[in-house]
Design a protein around this ligand. Structure first.
Ligand SMILES: C[S@@+](CC[C@H](N)C(=O)[O-])C[C@H]1O[C@@H](n2cnc3c(N)ncnc32)[C@H](O)[C@@H]1O
Length: 327
């Protein structure tokens, strides 16, 4: 489905492949039925979750956003020179589309394609971009990016850059990350590029603090997924009977986020009953941390050639430019 959307005098194209409710129900029932109960992290981002994520990015402990923005600000010119002008810039999981503004200024692509599962936030973000960058064609796609990354037919044969910041690649299991990078490579096409943000391995205290901010915003973000399930799937989670837990799992090089049942309880979702003991958890997110070398190995396994990597002075975060290898 494609629509022309207007925001004051700015216009962008909006596409939606929304059959999300059935999939949400199926994946929640399936995940809660597992021995280690789980809910996929993509379901964090209803309207409230998207706003809470914006607030997480403003917390002093949450270094990734501010660090990645600084790397982009400092190196946007060099990135643009490496990639070339007049490109199609595609951003899966674009969120608020804040970071890309630095690239739009430096690269002057002719088309921008923001893609996100959070439709309401996407519409606002795309409208703001269309308004602030009048010379730019904007095609916003509301879709699940793990479902094949269908990008609208675009005019011209300009090379593509797929921008995937925020260290979201760390939410995939490493094997799935390789498969997803290969999917992004297919989207970029031969000779196209990927620019991927990576949260680097570091002092565990910094990592643990980032996912346990003192203001409790990450806790609220984590718990909000239960509120969403109550509202959209007619469930009866007692939100006060769950608590947020996030910790660095050193053996796996990942932050794990869980929701911990604080007592014995049963939860009902549409005829299904899930029994929890005190201390049982629902695993809601992994965030894998990489070194530059371990991430390069993933990229090579996905058929991508590492071109360049930019980082900050403290080595907290990396931004990798990769090229889709030829046949
Ligand atoms: C951690 S936020 C990052 C936002 C932004 N890219 C940044 O770097 O600040 C993840 C974003 O990806 C979106 N997202 C997560 N899973 C998705 C999926 N399977 N398909 C499409 N969007 C997804 C969320 O809605 C959210 O906007």
């Amino acid at each position: 489905m494609a629509n022309n959307m207007n925001n004051r005098d700015a216009e962008y194209r909006f596409y939606s492949t929304d059959d999300a409710v059935d999939e949400f129900y199926r994946e929640v029932i399936e995940g809660l039925g597992r021995h280690q109960r789980s809910i996929p992290p993509k379901y964090f981002y209803d309207s409230k979750g998207a706003l809470l994520f914006e607030t997480i990015c403003e917390q002093p402990e949450y270094y990734p956003t501010i660090t990645e923005l600084a790397i982009l600000r400092e190196n946007a010119g060099e990135i643009a020179a490496s990639v070339g002008a007049g490109r199609v810039l595609i951003e899966p999981g674009c969120g608020s589309c804040d970071k890309v503004r630095l690239l739009l200024d430096a690269m002057q692509p002719h088309v921008y394609v923001p893609v996100d599962i959070s439709c309401a936030q996407l519409q606002v973000a795309a409208a703001n971009i269309a308004e602030d960058f009048e010379w730019l064609e904007v095609h916003a796609v509301c879709a699940d990016i793990t479902d094949g990354m269908e990008i609208p037919e675009l005019n011209g044969n300009a090379g593509r850059l797929v921008f995937y910041p925020g260290s979201s690649i760390g939410n995939f299991e490493p094997d799935d990350a390789v498969a997803f990078l290969a999917l992004l490579a297919k989207t970029a096409g031969q000779g196209g590029h990927l620019l991927v943000g990576i949260d680097l391995e570091k002092d565990h205290a910094i990592l643990n603090a980032a996912y346990n901010d003192a203001n409790g915003v990450t806790a609220e973000f984590n718990l909000n997924v239960l509120q969403r399930i109550n509202r959209e799937l007619d469930a009866d989670f007692d939100i006060d009977a769950f608590s947020h837990r996030a910790f660095y799992n050193e053996a796996a090089s990942r932050i794990e986020m869980h929701l911990v049942s604080t007592c014995r309880q049963s939860v009902r979702i549409d005829g299904h009953t899930f029994d929890f003991g005190a201390g049982d958890t629902i695993h809601t997110e992994n965030s894998y941390k990489y070194s530059d070398a371990s991430f390069r190995r993933l990229a090579l396994a996905a058929g991508l050639e590492p071109v360049e990597c930019w980082t900050d002075a403290d080595g907290l975060f990396g931004l990798h430019l990769l090229e889709v290898a030829g046949q």
